[in-house]
Design a binder for this molecule. Sequence first.
Ligand SMILES: N[C@@H](CCC(=O)N[C@@H](CS)C(=O)NCC(=O)O)C(=O)O
Length: 185
Amino acid sequence: MKLYGSFTSPYVRHCRIALLESRLDCQFIETDQVSSAKLSPTKRVPFLHDEELSLTDSSAILRYIRQKSSKTCLDTVIELDQFCMINTALDSSINLFFLSRDGVDIERVDYTIRQAQRIKTSLAEFEKLELPLHGPFNDVQLRLGCFLSWAVFRQRINIEDYPKLTLFLAAIEKEPFFIETAPPA
Ligand SMILES: N[C@@H](CCC(=O)N[C@@H](CS)C(=O)NCC(=O)O)C(=O)O
């Protein structure tokens, strides 16, 4: 089994955490945008190859890893919805990050203004979740941790006004698998 990705992607990070938890044998292949454009139809990371199987999205990869290690993944409709909401906020944050890097004035375009508002209202919603301050963390909590950690690191969000999220991020960042998958300084 081969997982392709970067050390900075929050989607890849969640898959790497699931792999560490599963102890499955998997080779990690560091992949930049040029290689992912050649090797995956979505031109994004992560993607996974396991013999004939080819997966192109972190959610499918996560489910595959959990299934292969006899673990459950996003059991209830509510958990699935929370996971999707975190992905939506993460997708918006990443879009804004890449657009700003490419010189788009994201504060002047209606579409990007809506994306920024979506991140804000999503954070307020995440603040209402019941969040544990120690492991084991489920896949909603791991995805939230990967999102917050990336978005704070890339200065896409400020969570000072969200005390529960601040405490949660500090707690999850102390977990061994989270430390092991932290982006290189
Ligand atoms: N829905 C996808 C999103 C993956 C994604 O957006 N990956 C980013 C890296 S964090 C990427 O490869 N972006 C390159 C691009 O969009 O050109 C997943 O969950 O795997």
